[in-house]
Design a protein around this ligand. Structure first.
Ligand SMILES: [Fe+2]
Length: 390
């Protein structure tokens, strides 16, 4: 049952309604339309790492022959004044040590930057302040919370997300914080970097499943097809890893935040049509960590969910008696999962390997469950298309 906001009096404000609280059935919100103008050509939807990284750092990556980056989603710490999110940000900052070849080049945010509805005033507390000391660029794909509220009749929009992440030029946005707007070309885009190409998608505003073609608009699917085709044609000369990032997981054991079968079918169809089999999939949305290794046409592909960046929620999975690895349909095998856990991922890519490490971050309250340190690692052999996890 929907909770009514408390009546205001001189000491209390009305509690903001949670996005999604009225979802389902007749109250299902309208999907968010793709922001106008919707690009008609995928060529412009590229962000090159050199646009957002110092030349000296790019040189270090090239001479070290490897690229390191951070990734995690669901960071917006709306419930605790971003205290836990800040602890995670501090742990990420600690990865910027003296060895410059190990420094992450950027943070790829997997969506749900600000809860609950991308309110401009909440960006300061849930984004600019927690990452004020994070010493690298942050790029993002929007999650279901990164749009203004949508009702059954009136769709919301992505205006605030666009302002922060898809500006034409870096602009200061919040006084006292140096981080400017990011210059992504659109809400879905390809990040071209040494050793890796990351194709980022927008899976809309539902709690689930995710949606790539709101109101039947196929522009994003056309973008994905064009990018898969481009990557397939460039191989084997361009042997960089191809990673797909999408907020809603294509497959999950999450109870409240589950799979997106239509998106899985759509992406599988494009893999089939173009011949491009990505080397890894990254998602958030589920507030836990799940590592699936999928067998697909002779390839092993990791489908990773990492939605533990700071949002406080105990809406967790799962069947704690599940034995690993656990087999599911469509070739998915669950290699690892963590419930009631905070943390982020560190990904390292070179010519031959993509390595993912899930780094746990302890809870600010004393509690035995959350653990710190590297809790899970996996290696993708980019030539043989085999995955090992340990
Ligand atoms: Fe989400």
């Amino acid at each position: 049952m929907e909770r009514k906001p408390r009546a205001s009096h001189m000491f209390a404000n009305a509690r903001p309604r949670r996005a999604g609280s009225a979802r389902g059935g007749r109250n299902k919100p309208a999907p968010i339309p793709l922001p106008a103008p919707v690009p008609t050509d995928s060529k412009g939807l590229v962000l090159d790492l050199k646009q957002i990284l110092d030349a000296a750092e790019l040189k270090t990556i090239k001479s070290a022959k490897k690229l390191v980056f951070h990734t995690v989603g669901d960071t917006g710490g709306v419930r605790d004044g971003a205290a836990q999110q800040t602890l995670i940000a501090e742990a990420m900052e600690a990865d910027f040590g003296a060895d410059t070849s190990e420094r992450p080049a950027f943070f790829y945010h997997l969506g749900d930057v600000v809860y609950y509805n991308s309110e401009p005033e909440n960006y300061e507390r849930q984004y600019f302040r927690p990452y004020q000391y994070y010493p690298a660029s942050i790029v993002a794909i929007p999650g279901n919370h990164d749009s203004s509220p949508s009702t059954a009749d009136t769709p919301g929009d992505l205006n605030q997300f666009m302002k922060v992440f898809c500006a034409r030029k870096p602009q200061p946005l919040v006084a006292d914080f140096d981080r400017t707007s990011m210059i992504q070309p659109y809400v879905y885009f390809t990040l071209e970097a040494p050793f890796v190409k990351i194709i980022g998608l927008y899976s809309n505003n539902g709690e689930g499943p995710g949606l790539l073609d709101p109101d039947g608009n196929k522009a994003q699917l056309a973008f994905l097809e064009a990018e898969f085709t481009r990557a397939a044609k460039a191989r084997p000369g361009d042997s960089r890893a191809v990673v797909v990032a999408v907020h809603h997981p294509l497959f999950s054991i999450g109870k409240d935040h589950g799979s997106s079968p239509t998106m899985l079918d759509q992406v599988d169809q494009l893999m089939e049509d173009t011949g491009l089999i990505p080397d890894a999939f990254l998602s958030g949305h589920v507030h836990g960590f799940e590592l699936f290794i999928r067998e697909y046409k002779g390839h092993e592909i990791p489908y990773v969910i990492c939605g533990t960046g700071g949002y406080n929620d105990d809406a967790h999975v799962k069947d704690s008696s599940m034995r690993l690895p656990a087999q599911f349909e469509n070739g998915f095998s669950l290699a690892q999962f963590f419930d009631f856990q905070y943390g982020y991922m560190r990904i390292t890519v070179d010519e031959n390997w993509l390595t993912g490490e899930y780094v746990g971050v302890g809870k600010r309250q004393a509690n035995a469950l959350p653990q710190s340190g590297v809790l899970e690692s996996f290696n993708v052999d980019l030539k043989k298309h085999l995955v090992s996890s340990f």
